[in-house]
Design a protein around this ligand. Structure first.
Ligand SMILES: NC(=O)c1ccc[n+]([C@@H]2O[C@H](COP(=O)([O-])OP(=O)(O)OC[C@H]3O[C@@H](n4cnc5c(N)ncnc54)[C@H](O)[C@@H]3O)[C@@H](O)[C@H]2O)c1
Length: 399
């Protein structure tokens, strides 16, 4: 950490699976990104129950624990708010944080539907709203290999892109005894949960398609839910566990209107899968492949290379900062490290805005974060996916 670094006070809203990952980001950021001019310190946490708030406070050693997240947002000493609560809580928390002039780092999906997206869009563009950094944790952009893929594509080394396949595979919906939770309710579902990641990633790498058609299915119509008096009832599941999307049309990366075709798939029905993201993009001169289970590497094929064939590129040390500062450039990269890189990008953007420091490294960080406008664009694309699946027809992607 820079000796002169400015420290911002941070409040976490939600301390479940991902809230802990965000806290891990703060604990390790000084190792990965030691010369950020602005850093954060977690001083407050909100959860839904007093016991979990007290546990979170003990783990984080922070001053404030609450079950009312407004206490965090209304606290003038808190500069940065992380929204790590279930999807349905994102909009009210984001609106309040924007109004209170906080920097916001929100989990994906930014909101749950088009109506909420419009409300948030209006709130951001309202005259007089303080200018703050607002990012969404599309942390896949933090993987070095995926940023290397973006560079290779932007350099034109794949030639004209002709097809792609992005899939995100989990197995967690296959067990019928797994209890009903918020992810099975109407603000959950695999389109918002995993689909948001791959749609953003597609946009990041090559742009969005012109048209799509989607189909969905759910694993089970109901799931068991324990009620307050400990009886178990079967509660209807309201959302899909699987979506596949066929796409066609010009991508942002291509100037000419060649017909690019693609398949996106997000599922929690893939038996044996853990957290398996796979990316394949193929053009007339080359192709790239990436697997999250093998995230240190990018596979690159080029007709222009000698000899022609697949090249496995170790990407860990591709950028010196923050990815390979710690422990060393040759150490493997991984899931949490991508989250830390995403957080580092958020802080570099805050530094740029609040202290007007713009080192070359800060610029590098800022390049790959997803702001609220990007997350709202993804949200609109996801609405089109839902509509297509519901109405069983091709839809134009107009955003
Ligand atoms: N980017 C990623 O890699 C990633 C991974 C997992 C989850 N997520 C996202 O993170 C969010 C949370 O998911 P999770 O898996 O951590 O959920 P979770 O159920 O494990 O945890 C939710 C947390 O929010 C708290 N909470 C619930 N309602 C609240 C309220 N009104 N006020 C304050 N706290 C409240 C709960 O007490 C709990 O601590 C979701 O939006 C999800 O999509 C992102």
């Amino acid at each position: 950490m820079q000796e002169s670094a400015q420290t911002l006070n941070v409040g976490l809203i939600g301390y479940g699976m991902i809230g802990k990952v965000h806290a891990f980001g703060y604990a390790t950021l000084p190792f990965y990104a030691p010369d950020l001019p602005v850093v954060g310190k977690v001083v407050a946490v909100a959860t839904s129950r007093p016991e979990s708030a007290a546990n979170a406070q003990r783990a984080l050693q922070c001053e404030i624990a609450t079950t009312d997240y407004r206490e965090i947002i209304d606290n003038p000493k808190i500069d940065v708010v992380h929204i790590c609560a279930p999807n349905a809580d994102h909009l009210p928390a984001a609106l309040a944080a924007i109004e209170a002039g906080k920097h916001v780092y929100c989990e994906k999906p930014i909101v749950v539907d088009a109506q909420e997206a419009q409300i948030l869009e209006d709130a951001i563009s309202k005259p007089g709203v303080p200018e703050r950094v607002r990012r969404v944790a599309f942390h896949l952009r933090g993987f070095v290999a995926l940023r290397r893929a973006k560079e290779i594509i932007a350099e034109g080394r794949l030639g004209r892109i002709r097809q792609y396949r992005l899939g995100y595979y989990h197995s967690s919906s296959l067990d019928p005894s797994a209890p009903f939770r918020w992810k099975h309710d109407k603000s959950g579902g695999v389109i918002l949960d995993l689909g948001s990641h791959i749609v953003d990633l597609l946009d990041f790498l090559v742009g969005l398609p012109n048209e799509l058609v989607a189909q969905t299915t759910k694993a089970f119509p109901t799931r068991p839910l324990k009620t307050a008096d400990s009886t178990v009832v079967q509660k209807p599941t309201l959302v899909e566990d699987y979506v596949s999307i066929l796409t066609r049309g010009t991508l942002g990366a291509n100037d000419d209107p060649c017909d690019v075709v693609g398949v996106l798939e997000a599922t929690k029905l893939a038996n044996g899968a853990e957290d398996e993201l796979s990316v394949e993009i193929s053009g007339e001169r080359g192709a790239i492949r990436f697997s999250l289970m093998d995230s240190h590497y990018l596979d690159f094929f080029s007709l222009d290379a000698t000899p022609v064939g697949w090249l496995r590129i170790p990407c860990g040390g591709r950028y010196d900062y923050p990815e390979s500062q710690f422990p060393s450039p040759k150490s493997t990269t991984g899931w949490t490290r991508a989250h830390v890189a995403s957080l580092a990008s958020f802080y570099a953007a805050i530094a740029q805005q609040t202290c007007a420091v713009g080192t070359e490294r800060d610029a590098h960080y800022r390049d790959y974060g997803a702001d609220f406008a990007q997350a709202l664009r993804v949200q609109r694309a996801l609405e089109i996916v839902k509509r297509s699946a519901l109405e069983r027809r091709w839809e134009r992607v107009t955003l």
